[in-house]
Design a protein around this ligand. Sequence first.
Ligand code: C2E
Ligand code: MG
Ligand code: MG
Ligand code: MG
Length: 291
Amino acid sequence: YQAKRDRTGVEVYESKRDSNTPDRLGLLGDLRRALDAHEVSLHYQPKVQFDGQVAGLEALVRWVHPERGKVPPDEFIAIAESSGLMPHLTEYVLETALAQVAQWRSQGLYVPVAVNVSPRDVHTPGFAGSVAARLARHGVPAGSLQLEITEHVLLEDPQRAADTLNALTGHGVKMSLDDFGTGYSSLVHLRRLPVSELKIDRSFVARLAIDAEDAEIVRCTVDLAHSLGLLVVAEGVEDDETWERLRDLGCDAVQGWLVAAAMPADETTAWLRARGSRGWQRPAAALPAAA
Ligand code: C2E
Ligand code: MG
Ligand code: MG
Ligand code: MG
């Protein structure tokens, strides 16, 4: 067969090609091993404000399998969730991200980092305490860590989930509601979850500039979030027109390939240094010609 390859020529694992159970089990065994074998790493994607200031970075996990190539996170995170491996993976992600934040801080780069956590993590007993202990161990202030959760945390035992999240915000950790708009009843959950940021899902952002309904949904989401005192981040911003529409709608920050894709830690360090205090600027070629 013809293996699918990404732009850099690395083979991309396609679940559609082999969604059979034995293979998922194989992949699960491989993931267990991969966590110890340093095949898993973190990339970082900037969140930037419209004045170019870097609002933070999101840590996104990457797995390059020795035979299969890059395995998409959506694929192996689902496997980790259903197999009980998720706490182990999240431990790795939190540990690596906090060590990186501490290193950046020691180099004068004070940038908060967001870590995605799954519902399984939030329901793991002692999760809030373990996050607090980890922050202390790395000497990282709680305000430099953000956790991205989804509405799915409320599917099972919403009260316990809310208790854990309140304990985390009590420690000073910031909470962000990811993939907003894709859940099963978004508005109710805004009242129950102690979040300070809302991320509009890429599926609404992608066609914002060409679809009037999507634009209206984004407008209402921004207004709703602001009326509740939340910051709004749009994910998946790929072009100038979308950037401009989001700015005009009053969105607070964006993330997307227009600004930067997720990068390995060393590239992220270089990216942060290159921007300096000036922040990210749109490339001159992309700006409208001067009159
Ligand atoms: P997410 O948290 O909503 O992350 C955004 C996804 O959109 C990332 O995919 C990112 O690489 C991608 N993206 C960013 N900008 C653009 C853009 O301009 N255009 C397009 N088309 N895509 C863009 P990724 O890295 O494949 O991650 C997929 C999902 O896997 C994440 O969605 C998150 O739910 C989950 N995930 C990733 N890392 C972790 C992790 O460490 N722990 C947990 N629990 N979940 C993770
Ligand atoms: Mg996220
Ligand atoms: Mg998201
Ligand atoms: Mg998303």
